[in-house]
Every structure is written in C-alpha cells, then in structure tokens.
Design a protein around this ligand. Sequence first.
Ligand SMILES: [Cu+2]
Length: 157
Amino acid sequence: MRETTYSRRAVVGTTGIAAVTLLAGCSGGGSGDDRTADREYLDEEPAYDNWFEGVDNYNGTVDWTGQEAVTVEVGYNQYEFDPTAIAVSPGTTVTWEWTGMGGGHDVVSEGEAGLLESDLVNSEGHTYSHTFETSGLYRYRCTPHESLGMRGTVYVE
Ligand SMILES: [Cu+2]
C-alpha cells in the first residue's frame, strides 16, 4: 500500500502561501525601492534645524528603537549615509559599514566633539561602531563630503 495523503496536503499548503504573498505584494504602494519599503518612521521628527538641508535621501527618521544593533551604510549612492536619520534606544550599537563607493569617507561627530571619529577609509566592508548609552541627538558627517549633503544623525530616545 502506498501513502499519498502527505504529498497532496503539501501541495495544497504551498498554494495557500503563494496566494497570501501575492496579496501582500499588491498593497505595497509601488515605490519600487526595496530598501525603504519595510522601514517605519518616527511620527514626530527631532529638532534637526538645518542639518538635513541639501541631504537628498533624508525622508524622515527610521525607527530602529528596541534593537541591540543596527547598521548604516556609508557611501550609499556614493555620497550618502543610509539611512541618514535613525532613532535607537539607549544601549544600541550602531555600526557604519562602507560600501566602497564614492571614494574615502569618514564618520565624525558634529558638536559632540570626539564621540564619533572614524578613520578616513575607501574600502568596501570596512566598519566602525559606537554604542550609544546616553539619550540625545547626535549629528555626524563625512568630512570630505559634508558639503555634498553627506550628513546623518542618531537620535537616542
Ligand atoms: Cu564621504
């Protein structure tokens, strides 16, 4: 005797999952940017003043609160940090990871002198990390490309 029930049930299950996935895809809003599609943003923006003036990829503060570790790309679209504005909880480790695009970049604090001070690096995969223990708004920029809008923030709740 052969047992065929198992395989038939498996086929039905797979079809169900495919249908659900298709529906979810249709409601996505159609921005076409996979990087930003799943991001959630703060309802109220911190007081950035003019910090993001001329920063093309700033479109709100990505809510990464409640996470132990997050990663920001350095050299996204060559001269951008991505995401350029993030919110985290105290104790979160932020790692900046170099894409290798756009030449040499660094991550250097503005205002809070010396808190963030990476080397000036031009190699894909290089990383620099800092654990933020104290609430506040931390502005930083890439020294060579600050005037091109390569500026970012970490908002620690
Ligand atoms: Cu740069």
